[in-house]
Design a protein around this ligand. Sequence first.
Ligand code: SAM
Ligand code: SF4
Length: 326
Amino acid sequence: MEDRFGRTIDYLRISITDRCNLRCLYCMPAGGIKVKPRDEILRLEELLHLARIALQLGINKFRLTGGEPLLRRGVISFIQALALLPGVADLSLTTNGVLLTHLNEQLWGAGVRRLNISLDTLDPVKYRQMTRGGEFHQVWDGIMEALSVGFQPVKLNVVALNQFNDREWVQFARLTYEYPLHVRFIEIMPVGASWELAGSHFASSRQVRERIEQALGVLDPAEAVTGNGPASSYRLAGARGTIGFIGAVSSHFCDRCNRLRLTADGKLRPCLHDQREVELLQALRSGASDAELQDLFRTALLMKPANYHEATGAPANGRGMCQIGG
Ligand code: SAM
Ligand code: SF4
């Protein structure tokens, strides 16, 4: 599908749950969010139905996210079914990694080959602080196991934050010498719970890159790592993995945007920075035909703004990342 600005939209990020087993400072309020009652969340067969509609329209890359996608009951059989839909070219998952040691093998068996794992610190005490209670070693063990199971690429998403993990940027970069990991530093975006942190702790991709180059030498541009993301990739001389920077704030990549987002409660979201959404759950449950559902996808496509300046803007009390899926 092409939008009004000639961008090819072939990628759907599906948030399969709004629930999470962590409470990251930049993503959730301390008390968590008010999750939707189960009957207001898309059932797995409804998600599959919508994935089929997306495929009919030429969307062939899917990423499962959340909340924490691995918490969703039935996630493995859902992935199996999704992977078997004719035309699926790419299927990946973004996870906080807490449940990976239980699920790596099953995810592989279900057809997932690429994983993005979020990890903002290598210090167990800070990890507990950042996630309000998470256990670093659970995630680290899951990452090591994912590498040995054979996922490729395994990407680590690190939200770069001054006065929080700035002393660890170099340590994260060093991991790429030892492991074939793709460490991606992400600029914090002021969305939902993150407004305050995004103001006080913002670190730019440029700042992170300079810090790493000062310590470890020049970063050479690397071949793009498989995926649908906007990261620019680099490699340290002799490293097995790569280092990427997602300048979500300092260098908007709206001109390369290739995606729509589907929220767990069945709304199609044309742009992360735009509060407008297209309601799909009600349409599905009131018996909309495939043609009508296709039209709703096209409506969302036409609503995509040219760039974030033209987005209507998400209010501070609007949906957070854990509800939109990142
Ligand atoms: N729970 C899963 C996880 O943490 O990977 C999937 C959902 S989470 C919302 C997806 C991604 O969004 C994570 O990598 C997280 O670090 C990132 N994220 C959340 N809030 C963010 C913010 N305000 N700015 C930048 N990235 C953010
Ligand atoms: Fe949960 Fe992911 Fe948000 Fe952390 S970033 S609170 S793990 S949804």
